[in-house]
Design a protein around this ligand. Structure first.
Ligand SMILES: Cc1cc2nc3c(=O)[nH]c(=O)nc-3n(C[C@H](O)[C@H](O)[C@H](O)COP(=O)(O)OP(=O)(O)OC[C@H]3O[C@@H](n4cnc5c(N)ncnc54)[C@H](O)[C@@H]3O)c2cc1C
Length: 421
């Protein structure tokens, strides 16, 4: 029986590719009438890249992004606190990628349609709710021709942070939670900095900038597409602005606060000024919940575990969810037992990530340095010993499931050639 998926984002499309790989019929219902390359940059950690390579998507990743070489934390004046190699340079057997979210989503979509045919994704179909039936599940959808219900063995909700399926499971939950941070996000064509494939975070909890290239340098201009996020924290009681990934922003709201952030290796105000279009987004998440699965219906991706984007882990976890669901279908068959097994593996881990990202994520080191010395030092070793910096970096990788040794040693989630009986 067919698997029904709500949402053709990164989670839903990777699940579609996985189901096709293991021989499970499926159909994805996506609310937008046409998939467009929306969003700016996201990171794919080696644990997710491994799964995408197993799906045969290596060439697509190299086409829509670049292999990230290192990741570093800096003070608001650009002093280096900690830099670590990433991906292959760190000893993983798989690279880390920085990609344009929308181009990556479209690459997944094109690969899926190429492999499974054009009918596997139905656009313009909004999921509105679900029903558990005897031996089946139904997803209610709204289309231009009116409401209808589609039946399947299981329903998987990959419909993002505003999931309609989650709302039915948790009617009292309300909107996502905003802690007071506002993100301004954009891309700018600019000269690459550091290694040319570096991801950097500079500042502290109240104000910071994140920047990384999502392309290599253009052969004619030498410029790369640099993804950046400027972030400031305000008093959350100043008011709630409904989050929308596509809300256009006004530079005057935040550029003055970054005007003197000119490092000898990156001119932050110039980067901000160079953007064609800047998007504003309040940093939101949701409290972890104690159950994702209701009978033959479960949640995945941001519908299950929306988290602050501080550990660069949201898109990666969406990919991993899809692969764990596929692995559990292989183990238990396509039914509620597989959904329970998936939830038992993924939910406890993502709960830790969501909570860590609220205050003790990998970036907490920047505030620690600000607290200890106001971000001013001669030698970072005098402020935070190297072993403490290394221990913090390793701890987050373990929580998020991309510890180098563990990932390199673990067998494939989906063995080559495996098919559901
Ligand atoms: C337009 C957009 C832009 C984004 N830009 C960024 C970014 O720049 N940086 C970043 O870090 N993260 C961004 N994200 C979030 C990021 O993609 C996710 O955090 C992560 O990839 C997890 O993916 P997901 O598939 O679970 O959720 P999402 O990527 O949010 O995908 C959910 C999908 O479900 C669809 N959908 C929603 N409601 C319904 C419904 N009721 N019925 C059917 N389909 C539905 C949505 O249209 C979307 O295609 C963006 C998300 C969106 C939707």
């Amino acid at each position: 029986m067919t698997v029904i998926v709500a949402g053709a984002g990164i989670a839903g499309l990777t699940l579609g590719l996985t189901l096709h790989q293991i021989g499970v019929p499926f159909r994805i219902f996506e609310t937008t009438p046409t998939l467009r390359p929306l969003g700016v940059g996201v990171n794919l950690q080696p644990n997710a890249v491994r799964e995408l390579f197993d799906l045969g998507l290596q060439a697509e990743l190299d086409r829509v992004g670049i292999r990230t070489r290192d990741y570093g934390f800096y003070t608001r004046t650009g002093l280096e606190i900690w830099t670590e190699p990433r991906g292959l340079d760190a000893g993983y057997r798989w690279p880390q990628f920085s990609v344009h979210r929308g181009r990556f989503q479209l690459a997944l979509y094109e690969a899926l349609v190429d492999r499974a045919g054009p009918d596997c994704v139905v656009t313009g179909a909004r999921a509105t709710g679900f029903t558990n039936l005897d031996g089946a599940a139904a997803l209610q959808i709204e289309t231009a021709s009116g409401p209808r219900s589609v039946q399947s063995a299981v329903v998987i909700a990959a419909d993002g942070i505003h999931s309609a399926v989650r709302r039915q499971m948790r009617p009292a939950e309300g909107p996502p939670i905003w802690g007071g941070a506002i993100l301004w996000r954009a891309t700018t064509e600019a000269a690459p900095f550091k290694t040319g494939a570096s991801m950097i975070l500079a500042g502290h909890d109240r104000q910071r900038v994140v920047a990384y290239p999502i392309t290599g340098p253009d052969s004619a201009t030498g410029k790369a597409t640099i993804n950046w996020i400027a972030e400031r924290t305000v008093d959350p009681s100043q008011g709630w602005r409904k989050e929308d990934w596509n809300r256009a922003a006004d530079l005057a709201d935040f550029l003055p606060a970054f005007e003197d952030w000119r490092f000898d290796w990156l001119d932050v105000p110039a980067l901000i000024r160079g953007a064609q279009k800047v998007y504003e987004y309040p940093m939101v998440d949701r409290d972890p919940i104690d159950r994702w699965t209701d009978g033959r219906v479960t949640l995945m991706g941001d519908a299950a575990h929306p988290t602050y984007p501080v550990g660069s882990n949201g898109a990666s976890q969406a990919v991993v969810d899809a692969r764990v669901i596929g692995a559990q279908f292989l183990e238990h068959g396509v039914g509620p037992d597989a959904l329970q097994a998936y939830e038992a593996i993924v939910r406890p881990q993502t709960e830790k990530v969501t909570l860590a990202n609220r205050g003790s994520g990998p970036d907490a080191i920047m505030q620690l340095v600000e607290d200890r010395c106001g971000g001013v030092f001669e030698r970072i070793e005098d402020v935070v010993p190297h072993r403490e910096l290394a221990a913090r970096a390793e701890k987050y990788k373990q929580i998020a499931g991309f510890s180098i040794e563990a990932l390199n040693a673990r067998p494939r989630l989906i063995p080559d050639g495996a098919r559901v009986a």
